[in-house]
Design a protein around this ligand. Structure first.
Ligand SMILES: C[S@@+](CC[C@H](N)C(=O)[O-])C[C@H]1O[C@@H](n2cnc3c(N)ncnc32)[C@H](O)[C@@H]1O
Length: 223
C-alpha cells in the first residue's frame, strides 16, 4: 500500500472527528446507537447523514450552513474520509463527523428515528443486475433508512447516472413513497438553490464532461 495512504490511516485513528467501528463492534449494536446527538455531539440537535460521502463536501458545506444541526458523512474508504476530516478540522466544525463502515451495517449504528435527513451523493451506480443488492437505493436499503428516519424525514439523491436515477424513481413510485422533487437536469431546471448547488468531488468531474446532474427528493412511506 502507498506510504501516503498508510500514514492517512494512522492519522484517522487519531482524528477526533472520525469514528471507525470495527467488524466485531458491528456484530452487536454500536455503543453510540441511539445516542449520537447526546453522547457524541453533546447536544440534542437533528442528525443528517451523507451516505457514500467520499471527501464529504455535502457534510462540510451543510455543517457550515446549519450550525444547529449535526452532520455525519459515511464512507468505507479511509483516504477519502481523511480529506473530509482534515477539511472539517481546518474550518473548526464541531457539528461534522465522519464514520467509516459499510452502509449495509447502518441499522447497527443508528437507532430508530435518530436521523432527520439522508443525502446520497453520487453513489456507485452498480449497473449490473447482480449488483442490484449493492445499490444504495435498493428496496432493502430504503427499508433500513426508513427505520432510522424520524417521521417525515427526507431523502435526497444526487447522481450523474440516469439509469440509477430512473431505477430509484421506479422504486419510489412502485412502492408508493412520496416524491417531492425530481429533475433529470438539476442545473437547467430552475431548482438549483445554494444547497442543491453544493458540488462534490465527483460532481465536479461529471460537470466538466458536460454530464447532467439529476436530483430526487422524497419521503419514504410504507403502509
Ligand atoms: C462515486 S463515489 C462518490 C463520493 C462522493 N459522494 C462524491 O460525490 O464525490 C461513491 C462513494 O460511495 C462509497 N460507498 C459505496 N458503497 C458503500 C457502502 N456500501 N458503504 C460505504 N461506502 C460506500 C465509496 O467508497 C465511494 O467513496
Amino acid at each position: 500500500m502507498a506510504k501516503r495512504k498508510l500514514s492517512q490511516y494512522d492519522d484517522l485513528a487519531t482524528f477526533e472527528n472520525v469514528i471507525q467501528p470495527n467488524l466485531d463492534e458491528l456484530k452487536e449494536d454500536y455503543s453510540l446507537k441511539g445516542k449520537w446527538a447526546k453522547e457524541y455531539f453533546n447536544n440534542d440537535h437533528p442528525i443528517i447523514l451523507e451516505l457514500g460521502c467520499g471527501k464529504g463536501e455535502y457534510t462540510i458545506s451543510l455543517a457550515k450552513h446549519f450550525p444547529q444541526n449535526n452532520f455525519i458523512g459515511i464512507d468505507r474508504k479511509g483516504a477519502r474520509l481523511w480529506a473530509g476530516s482534515v477539511n472539517a478540522q481546518r474550518h473548526s466544525l464541531k457539528n461534522a463527523a465522519f464514520l467509516r463502515f459499510d452502509i449495509s451495517f447502518i441499522s447497527k449504528v443508528f437507532g430508530p428515528g435518530e436521523i432527520a435527513e439522508i443525502w446520497i451523493t453520487f453513489p456507485d451506480p452498480q449497473p449490473k443486475n447482480r449488483q442490484i443488492k449493492k445499490r444504495l437505493t435498493n428496496p432493502q436499503f430504503l427499508r433500513m433508512y426508513h427505520a432510522l428516519l424520524e417521521d417525515g424525514g427526507l431523502m435526497h439523491l444526487k447522481t450523474d447516472n440516469l439509469p440509477f436515477h430512473d431505477y430509484t424513481l421506479e422504486i419510489i413510485q412502485g412502492e408508493g413513497h412520496e416524491l417531492l422533487m425530481c429533475t433529470q437536469d438539476l442545473y437547467h431546471s430552475g431548482l438549483a438553490d445554494p444547497l442543491l448547488s453544493i458540488k462534490t468531488h465527483y460532481e465536479k468531474k461529471f460537470l466538466v464532461q458536460g454530464i447532467p446532474i439529476t436530483y430526487l427528493k422524497f419521503k419514504l412511506c410504507y403502509p
